[in-house]
Design a protein around this ligand. Structure first.
Ligand code: PLP
Ligand code: COI
Length: 339
């Protein structure tokens, strides 16, 4: 086991021992292998560098009480990466190659998976890059599939404490753009809005739907949900321009099947925040962070509390995290034991 301050890890790059790399050339992916070098040498005219022909994923490995290690729903990340690849005319990484690469990377870096009980995890970052000489605006002819990992703590400074967000005047995605794909270009555009939000004391910004600017879409690095005051329903935006979060997909199931809540995938109007008793953001890096308040039109709308998670958000958190760390039984197929 590595000698890190597991309780105080941030969400930052820490070099681990091995990463996986496979090449796509002449119409086929290589089998790939683990390497120690953490530097990539790329052609200066690589389409990934000029035209953002690249996409990525994020998933985590969790240390269980018995010392074994879980990956959470890696097949879903594999499927989403394939969709991102298709959107950018990149050759999809076969699901089997994806899962095997993530498994190998976690196993090889086992000593970087935090002990159970610290809340820290090993974040696994798969990426696909269009490489080789390509000056005109055309898809690359060659690609790299890389999987590296780093031990991480909470993404938002607040951890599980409520965080405040501000509605951005910028859009994260266009109505028929690439919002539903996990592509770097979406994130480059969100750096400035996030910086402005942080300068004003918020954790990040909330993006509204790009067509009408009346409905919440998501935040820069996580999906959004709220709990209806009237019915107790779990409500989460449905939109073709948000990233379909695997955490959110899991919460939809847990809300329905474990908490017995009605689930509504539909509109959350920014003018109707008073209809919700709780709100939260969810994602692999973010896990679940309760939304303390949302600042919109010169007013901070406070949900449950600025101090603690609401009861439904807390139950969802405990159930999800309990399953990820192996303390609770997860639905069939959600957890892949890698060691
Ligand atoms: N939305 C955005 C923009 C994200 O970057 C992420 C992170 O992956 C999510 C939502 C959450 O998705 P997931 O739960 O699959 O990590
Ligand atoms: C994740 O949650 O895995 C993400 O990719 C978000 C990223 C901006 C850290």
């Amino acid at each position: 086991m590595s000698n890190l301050d597991w309780a105080n890890l941030a969400f930052e790059y820490i070099r681990t021992d091995y990463r996986f790399i496979a090449h796509y050339k002449n119409g086929a992916w290589s089998a790939g292998n683990l390497v120690e070098n953490n530097q990539l040498v790329l052609h200066e005219a690589s389409p990934a560098l000029h035209y953002a022909q690249q996409c990525f994923e994020g998933l985590k490995a969790y240390r269980c009480k018995d010392g074994s290690i879980n990956l959470f729903r890696p097949e879903e990340n594999a499927k989403r990466l394939q969709k991102s690849c298709q959107r950018l005319l990149m050759p999809p990484v076969p699901e089997e190659l994806f899962v095997q690469a993530c498994t190998q990377v976690v196993k090889a870096n086992e000593k970087w998976v935090a002990p159970h009980g610290f809340g820290a995890t090993l974040y696994v970052r798969p990426l696909v890059l269009g490489v080789g000489a390509g000056l005109g605006l055309q898809p690359a002819k060659e690609y790299l599939f890389v999987v590296f990992c780093a031990p991480v703590g909470p993404y938002f400074r607040e951890g599980v404490r409520p965080a405040n967000f501000i509605v951005s005047e910028f859009d994260r995605a266009a109505p028929n753009g690439t919002g539903a794909a996990k592509v770097g270009g979406n994130y480059a555009g969100s750096l400035l809005p996030a910086k402005l939000a942080k300068e004003q004391g918020f954790s990040d910004c909330v993006y509204l739907d790009p067509a009408t600017h009346t409905k919440i879409e998501e935040v820069g690095a996580a999906n959004f949900f709220a709990i209806s005051k009237k019915s107790g329903a779990f409500v989460t935006p449905y939109s073709p321009s948000i990233l379909p979060s695997i955490t959110r997909m899991s919460l939809v199931h847990l809300a329905k099947e474990y908490l017995g809540l009605e689930v509504v995938e539909g509109d959350v109007f920014i003018d109707s925040l008073h209809e919700y008793s709780e709100a939260g953001v969810c994602g692999t890096a973010a896990v679940i962070v309760p939304v303390g308040g949302i600042f919109y039109k010169d007013k901070l709308h406070v949900f449950y509390s600025q101090e603690q998670a609401g009861p439904t958000t807390q139950k969802l958190y405990d159930t999800l995290v309990g399953m990820q760390f192996g303390d609770l039984d997860a639905p069939q197929g959600w957890v892949l034991k890698v060691s």
